[in-house]
Structure formats: C-alpha cells, structure tokens
Design a protein around this ligand. Structure first.
Ligand code: OSB
Ligand code: MG
Length: 374
C-alpha cells in the first residue's frame, strides 16, 4: 500500500446540544480530517483534538502543524506492507498522539478498502453489534439533568455516564438514583479533583456506580493508586493512559480496574489493539471512549469496539445526539436493544459526504510527495 496523496481539512460543526465537562462548555466542534489516497482507494481519519488544550495538550492547530511539518513527510509517498507499520514510521516524533492517529487511522481505512474487507475484520474484531452508552454533560440544573437521563434511558442506551466536578457530583448521583433506581450509571470527573478529595469521593461508594473515570490529575498514576485503595468504586483511567507503557504501570500499581480506550489519545488503532491486548491479559475490562466525533471518527470507533475485550458499553452513541446532518450518510443510529451495528462494507463502511465536509471546512490543504500545494 502506497500513500500517494494526503488531503487535510480543518472543519467546524455546530453541536446539537452544548457539551459541558469539568473544563468548560462547548457549543461547536472544530476538528481535523485526513483523506489519503492509494491503490485507487481513499481512506479517512478524524483527529480528536479540540480547538482548546483543556482535555489534552494537543489542539486542532497543533495537529495541523505537526501533520504538515513533520508527520506527512514520513507517510506520504511511502509504501507500507500493513497499516500496523504506520505508527512506528512516525516514531521519531515524540507524543502528538492525536496528530499521529489521524494519519494512522486513515491508513487502516485505506488498507481495509484495498483488501475489500470491513475495518473491524482487519483490526481483529468479531462483534457484529457493539453495546452503546451515553455521556451526559454538566447541565444548567438538576431538573435538566434528570430530563436528559430519562430521554437517553428511553432511547435504549445501555448505560449512562454523567460528567461531574466539585459542586456537581454527589447530589447529581443521589437524584438520579432516587428517580431511576438501579440503572447502569457511572461518572467522569475529567481530572477535576485531587487526592485531598478522597474522603469526599468515598461518599459515592454507596451509590454502586460502575466506575469513576479519571478523578485525579490528567498525568497521574500513583495518586489514583492511593485513591483506589481508599474507595470501593472502581477507578477507570482515561486522560492518564496515553501510552501502552503507562497502562502497564497503572495496572501494576493498582491505579485503575478499568481502562477507557480512545484511539486518538494513544496514537491510533495499532496502539489501541496493543492496549486492548495488555488489558485482556491482565483481566482489565476496557470500553471505547468518545470525543464528540463526527461520523467519520465514530465509524472508526465502532470498528475498534468490536474487539473482544471491549466488555462494557462505550461512549459511542447515535449521530443525531451530536450533528445533524452528520458528515456521513446514512447517519449512525442505535437499535432498540441499545446496540450499534458494525458496518459490513469495506473499510469504515460508511459513505463520507464530501459536499458536507467541504461546507464545514474552514481550511483545506493537499500534500503530495513533492511538497504541499493548495
Ligand atoms: O472525557 O470522555 C471524555 C468529550 C470530550 C472530551 C473528553 C470526553 C468527552 C466525552 C464525550 O465524555 C463522549 C462522547 O463522545 O459522547
Ligand atoms: Mg473521560
């Protein structure tokens, strides 16, 4: 497989509903798309970096810079026997996992299309449907939160996650349990607490949450290990797990009992497979995270989540919760049983609507082996 040409888009789409986490509120989503050509086919990738460096240090602009200045020359015009080689080809660049992932994932899509097989099969997945959950942001009031939980539960989602932060935690959980009883429920703090909050977080224990996601610092492992000893709720790490090596250390230290995998955070599908396999070998369940992706990134996530150790419902939900219309057609939807079907066509198996990509694009660049041209 030779990567003949790279086309980059910087897009912006309005969100159907604002999304608020412990680091702030978003009304629209800015993201980088990569389209690569080779072997008479095209492969698409979506970078999960946001406009701001609040979830991770990468942003859409750093992704654009790193891809155009450093990564594209390592990938465009090069021959790969298999997409598992692409991450290694970018090894001299340190970090920048979201920038690496956008090219790496596009390469997997391209390869699967050339092979005429669904991406899931090429990645080693076997599920035909994946269990779907939702992530509900911080709302303006508890009444709004309860309305949203009711709506998502009625739509069939298999678990509800709510975002928490100091001042929006115990009471929110208490009210959900009081109204909805024993529904599968978890919370995500996006690093909003420190170890001093341990006694406070232990008050979540009686609510029998599936897990608390990333309570402490975005790079921390050892404080999470100390916290896990002090609370009964299982800790799931998200932000802290940006390499397979850190996951190994976190598991060994007892810093988490569950791991959330986002391919963008770890550098793409190959690193995600290695992380998935490491967790499986240590009997640590994983689930697939979400980053408010358009249908392109969402389709990639669905294929990856078909691997066997994705044992818990993830944050991969229907397109209509995020963008109407989505950049793909048909949009991604859930079945009445709260699952999403893994597309069966070649590659990511969804049709990218180029006119919608172009309408959403604020910038576009073509990179060919000889250099960059508009
Ligand atoms: O921590 O999982 C997170 C969105 C943006 C940044 C970080 C996170 C999230 C989500 C959204 O929780 C999940 C989704 O795509 O619905
Ligand atoms: Mg998270």
């Amino acid at each position: 497989m030779r990567v003949d040409r790279l086309e980059l888009f910087l897009c912006r789409l309005p969100l159907v509903h604002f999304f608020e986490t412990s680091f702030g509120r978003t009304y629209d989503r800015t993201f980088v798309l990569a389209r690569i050509e080779g072997g008479g086919q095209e492969g698409w990738g979506e970078a999960v970096a946001e406009a701001h460096p609040y979830y991770s240090s990468e942003t859409t602009e750093t992704v654009w810079h790193i891809v155009t200045a450093f990564l594209a020359p390592l990938v465009v015009g090069r021959e790969f026997a298999h997409p598992r080689e692409v991450f290694g080809a970018m090894k001299r660049v340190r970090g920048q996992n979201m920038a690496k992932a956008v090219l790496e994932m596009a390469a997997w899509d391209l390869y699967a299309k050339i092979e005429g097989r669904p991406l899931a099969a090429v990645l080693g997945g076997s599920r035909t449907h994946i269990p779907s959950g939702v992530s509900i942001g911080i709302q303006d009031s508890f009444d709004q939160l309860l309305d949203k939980v009711a709506r998502e539960r009625d739509a069939g989602y298999q678990r509800i996650k709510i975002k928490i932060k100091p001042g929006w935690d115990l009471e929110a959980v208490e009210k959900i349990r009081a109204r909805f009883g024993d529904i599968p429920l978890m919370v995500d703090a996006n690093a909003a607490y420190d170890l001093d909050a341990g006694a406070h977080l232990a008050k979540l224990d009686p609510f029998d949450l599936m897990m608390i996601e990333q309570p402490l610092d975005y790079e921390d492992v050892m404080d999470h290990a100390a916290l896990q000893k002090a609370i009964a709720t299982p800790i799931c790490l998200d932000e802290s797990i940006h390499t397979v090596r850190i996951a190994r250390d976190a598991i060994a230290a007892g810093a988490c009992r569950i791991i959330n995998i986002k391919p963008g955070r770890v550098g793409g599908h190959q690193q995600s497979i290695e992380l998935h396999d490491l967790c499986a070998a240590n009997d640590v369940p994983v689930w697939h995270g979400g980053m408010l992706e358009s249908g392109i990134g969402r389709a990639h996530n669905i294929h990856l989540a078909s691997l066997p150790n994705f044992r818990l419902p993830g944050d991969i939900a229907a397109s209509k919760r995020y963008y109407v219309p989505d950049l793909i057609d048909p949009a991604i939807d859930i079945q009445p049983d709260g699952t999403i079907e893994v597309p069966t066509g070649p590659g990511i198996g969804v049709r990218v609507m180029r006119d919608r990509v172009e309408a959403a694009a604020e910038r576009r660049l073509v990179i060919e082996p000889a250099g960059a041209t508009q």
